[in-house]
Design a protein around this ligand. Sequence first.
Ligand SMILES: Cc1cc2nc3c(=O)[nH]c(=O)nc-3n(C[C@H](O)[C@H](O)[C@H](O)COP(=O)(O)O)c2cc1C
Length: 322
Amino acid sequence: MAYKSLRDFIAKLEKAGELVRVTEPVSTVLEMTEIQRRLLATGGPAVLFENVVRADGEPAGMPCLVNLFGTVKRVAMGVTLDGVERTTAGELREVGELLAFLRAPEPPRGIKDAMEMLPLAKTVMSMRPGVVKKAPVQEIVLRGDDIDLTKLPIQTCWPGEPAPLITWPLVVTKGPSDDREDNYNLGIYRMQVLGKNRTIMRWLAHRGGAQHHQRWKKAGKREPLPACAVIGADPGTILAAVTPVPDTLSEYQFAGLMRGAKLDLVAAKTVPLMVPAQAEIVLEGHVLLDEYADEGPYGDHTGYYNSVERFPVFEISAITMR
Ligand SMILES: Cc1cc2nc3c(=O)[nH]c(=O)nc-3n(C[C@H](O)[C@H](O)[C@H](O)COP(=O)(O)O)c2cc1C
């Protein structure tokens, strides 16, 4: 079964005993991370915090999901491919083989070559995303003064960090040309909150989004780079965003493969980009070309805090959500 949305996947995990709901009040400041850290260490379930307390002590009014991909089993459960459910790492080997195939220096040259392509390679070719006009993710549209990141349950994970951090945004960008490497890119780049409508975009220099930003500047564009940060999507799309897909293939198309069904996209409200129609929240905006800010220090998965580095500023023009 292909998961249409994160909600679908949550329901499936709950049925399988892989997710628990917490109704006790839990703070976004340090508490959620500490609970998750202990669960991660012991192979525990995903958790949906239903009574989230924001940094200002007020109820967040929306749930928060943590430890989603805390075990290999749950990662495998999130991948649907050709409709067959997988539950072990070994069963994901085909995805690795496909990535190696896509990265091979020689593309298929003719019918015979194409016939010999891996079955999954043929499937991915047929997974161009669809387009819808009306989408759940745009049920609520906030603009202007209604844009306020402090109202969202954004975590502070470790002591001494400078500001709340959006930990798992799927950052969507497109480059300046029609070339294949300027096609849609999705990557997870953590975002330090700077204010009600501004964050830092911490993409390392070699990442797809950073490359689009560099080429956008080089092309002499005056307006900043359109970008969207998608928060909460179906598991196949999330996993596609963290997969090092070669830049000759759009992650949206690769997401179709991981989901076992093509992805439906909708036009963003304030920027010329397409976003997943069934996502939970989208932050629409632009990554500025000439404004950079000091990012960090933040606790990293290495077990250490990163040193402070400068990255460009992301300015939000709309928040849309279900
Ligand atoms: C939770 C999480 C946080 C991440 N944070 C960052 C980050 O802050 N900066 C970064 O460059 N990559 C980060 N990554 C890694 C990239 O998202 C990953 O390498 C992805 O494949 C990059 O896609 P791209 O090659 O299309 O840019 C993170 C990954 C995960 C799962």
